[in-house]
Design a protein around this ligand. Structure first.
Ligand SMILES: [Zn+2]
Length: 441
């Protein structure tokens, strides 16, 4: 009879001598195997967002999480064992990029903004945000620049991490954490609340360059990749739209963010707030719905990009001014926003897609594409704004925004031709992010 020790040695030898069956591949090897999986996408046509052309009969080869080759079927060498996904009648496009979102907010006709910020527990807001990220990805938006957690602190950094680690499905996130506002110039606060009551704010307050530098440094240390600042707000007598920071304060903010390698996004709705932010050197202007041709020309000269958030203006009109979606006439705010958009187009400002989604339902960012076309862009201009233009503005053009070899395999497909009918963008039938297929017809 063999001893227990001898039996153990025999067993060990047996295990070592047995070749690995397919079910026993160590996880690191299995990961490498999936990383080199080749997929050939065969749509009717490709919009690669490198230019305005549609490429009939093109195919896209994806290996692992990168685009390997793009071109005519006959010109793309397909390795043996490649899986083919046929997308008949469909147009293939780069995954869409939304440059102005708030994953911690949901529509204000469900819950008012104040009640979200003051009454919703952080844990609840984070769970909601995870669901919002899933809905966003499943609508074909594979990247979001999320412009402020609105009272949820640094929670965007953790949501970003959970997505990157594959724990939850969601778009690539570019995060700013808390955002920076001038003291007494953001909500919740007076005059809606008693001045002796100081409720937690939807962003970090700062005044003077000392506090501003501290806020910028704290947010960047906490994981901010961009810095968001509110350059104007309704305040003072009559609660009218006025600038909140001086040019000097804004310059201090921009210089510090830039020295840490972070670009700056400025919320600015009126011409003076926009002008100050541009003078200070910000990289993007958000809203600008009362912008004049003069300030848009200044932005064009300085290469500052514009995110018009037209769909959010419509949503506000719907919630608070009795506007019925899709109807005429537009509210005064909507008319003003469309006028500003036309002025921006005329001034040749870089215009990207940024909708302020969160004000309206996550997963509905296609509404901004429709608005950009309604307000004067051609469908191809709007699609470029949502892809290669946004990729450049986010300084990620070597990773996302086009269908080009070497870029991440963030690819979607819609039925028909969105260059002739932009509403096709509301019917995304195929979704791939980072080489992984999330939806397939
Ligand atoms: Zn916003």
């Amino acid at each position: 009879m063999t001893s227990a020790r001898e039996l153990l040695i025999l067993l060990l030898l047996l295990i070592l001598a047995t070749p690995l069956s397919s079910g026993q591949i160590p996880t690191n090897v299995a990961k490498q195997a999936t990383d080199t999986t080749a997929v050939l996408l065969r749509p009717a046509r490709v919009f690669d967002a490198a230019g305005e052309q549609l490429r009939e009969g093109w195919v896209v080869l994806v290996i692992g999480n990168k685009i390997q080759a793009v071109g005519q079927a006959t010109a793309v060498a397909v390795p043996p064992g490649t899986r083919t996904i046929d997308l008949p009648g469909m147009t293939l496009l780069p995954g869409l990029i939304e440059a102005h979102s708030h994953i911690f907010l949901h529509p204000y006709n469900e819950t008012l903004w104040d009640d979200q910020v003051l009454k919703e527990p952080l844990a609840y807001r984070v769970i909601r945000a995870a669901q919002h990220c899933n809905n966003t990805l499943m609508s074909g938006f594979t990247t979001l620049r999320d412009l402020g957690t609105e009272g949820a602190g640094f929670a965007d950094v953790s949501v970003q991490r959970a997505i990157d680690e594959g724990m939850i499905p969601g778009p690539r996130l570019v995060v700013v954490t808390k955002a920076i506002v001038a003291t007494g110039s953001y909500a919740p606060g007076p005059p809606e609340y008693a001045p002796e009551f100081n409720p937690p704010k939807g962003a970090q307050e700062a005044s003077g360059s000392g506090e501003i530098l501290k806020a910028v440094r704290e947010q960047i240390a906490g994981g901010a990749q961009w810095v968001k600042v509110y350059a104007d707000f309704r305040r003072g007598p009559g609660r009218i739209l006025v600038p909140t920071f001086s040019v000097e304060e804004l310059k201090a903010l921009v210089d510090e963010a830039h020295s840490a390698g972070c670009p700056v996004a400025a919320h600015a709705t009126g011409p003076e707030g926009m002008r100050r932010a541009v003078e200070a050197g910000v990289d993007t202007i958000e809203h600008g719905n009362q912008g004049t041709e003069r300030v848009f020309r200044l932005m064009a000269e300085k290469g500052v990009a514009y995110f018009p958030t037209l769909a959010a203006v419509e949503a506000y009109s719907e919630y608070f001014q009795g506007y019925k979606r899709g109807s005429q006439p537009y509210t005064e705010d909507m008319q003003q926003a469309v006028q500003a958009f036309k002025a921006a187009l005329k001034s040749r400002v870089i215009i990207g897609l940024g909708s302020d989604v969160g004000v309206f339902r996550h997963g509905d960012s296609y509404r901004e594409l429709e608005w950009m076309v309604r307000a004067g862009m051609t469908p191809v201009q709007a699609l470029l704004a949502a892809t290669s233009v946004n990729g450049r503005v986010l300084k990620m053009e070597n990773r996302i925004g086009q269908i080009r070899p070497g870029l991440f395999a963030d690819i979607i497909a819609v039925p028909g031709n969105p260059l002739t009918d932009i509403s096709a963008m509301n019917q995304v039938k195929f979704i791939m992010k980072d080489g992984k297929v999330y939806r397939q017809p």
